[in-house]
Design a protein around this ligand. Structure first.
Ligand code: TA6
Length: 290
């Protein structure tokens, strides 16, 4: 259906009552609500819903480049393009359940000018009780090998950023975007937040936990094929500098992204790369069977 902003949307539902909303624009998840209709993803109070700019919230797809690790527009162009429904999602089993949708973005003449590699970018989005799964795939439809970096930027909703802990990244190396991308090693305890954080953690474990004390809720991110994790909160100064980000928004959001950044994927002609991420809610009372 078409939302108030006129953008074509797909609504995913599942028997326990949770829902997800996906835009064909950007192939972007813009909402994921639990059975109590609580929004689990962050959407900026000043998000710009008009195409050509990225929508600041939900789960933007960053391809073929994440941040300035390359020459394209920041985070690549996939999130600023109109995707379409993928009628033949090969080779994943055809998911014709109402709680799954397959999207595709193919390289266009315009894109080939700025990034001269032809590709097919597929994204399956599946909803089940307490879990949102995204499976991105990139097929090289060109006649030459090319590199790309990739990230699923998860804008997570939190009750109060100063009450949030992230577990699973202890002792890892990371690039610190606040220190010109210099490489550091994380200390041995969970990450907490009292200022701007903008880091790419390298070679993380499969499972990362985002613990939100006030909401008595833990979000678990599990990922495969996406070895790195970006952790970003702009804090107050940068929040004010971002026109499509509310001045107070930084208090109720945290980005923990599934990414492949340190070692770009090298894709040979007709080869396909596949990633996978699962966001699941671990909270006291949840609909059974998840
Ligand atoms: O987390 C990496 C980063 O590049 C930050 O430095 C910040 O710029 C953020 O992404 C936002 O990027 P965007 O293009 O979505 O405004």
């Amino acid at each position: 259906f078409h939302g108030a902003d006129g953008l074509p949307r797909i609504i995913l539902t599942e028997p326990c009552g949770s829902t997800a909303e996906v835009l064909l624009y950007g192939g972007q998840v813009v909402s994921w609500k639990n059975e109590r209709r609580e929004e689990l993803l962050f959407m900026s109070s000043k998000a710009n819903w008009k195409p050509t700019k990225a929508i600041r919230g939900g789960i933007p797809v960053c391809f073929p480049q994440f941040t300035n690790f390359g020459s394209l527009e920041q985070h690549g162009f996939a999130r600023n393009r109109l995707w379409s429904l993928d009628s033949c999602p090969s080779p994943l089993p055809p998911a014709n359940s109402p709680s799954s949708v397959d999207l595709i973005l193919k390289s266009t003449e315009v894109d080939l000018k700025t990034w001269p590699r032809s590709f097919e970018l597929r994204l399956r989005i599946s909803l089940s009780a307490g879990k949102l799964t995204l499976i991105p795939r990139v097929r090289n439809t060109d006649n030459k090998t090319f590199p790309f970096t990739f990230a699923l930027r998860n804008y997570l909703s939190v009750s109060d950023i100063s009450e949030v802990r992230v577990e699973g990244l202890e002792t890892l190396d990371y690039f610190d975007n606040l220190m010109q991308g210099e490489r550091f090693t994380e200390q041995a305890d969970a990450i907490t937040f009292d200022g701007e954080v903008d880091r790419v953690y390298l070679g993380t474990p499969i499972k990362i936990a985002i613990i939100d004390h006030e909401k008595k809720r833990t979000l678990v991110l599990r990922k495969e094929g996406l070895p790195d994790a970006v952790v970003w909160n702009p804090w107050d100064k940068k929040a004010k500098a971002l026109p499509d980000f509310g001045d107070e928004d930084y208090k109720t959001m945290l980005c923990v992204d599934s990414a492949v950044v340190e070692n770009p994927v090298m894709l040979k002609p007709s080869e396909e790369w596949k990633g996978r991420q699962e966001l699941s809610i671990v909270s006291s009372s949840y609909c059974s069977g998840q």
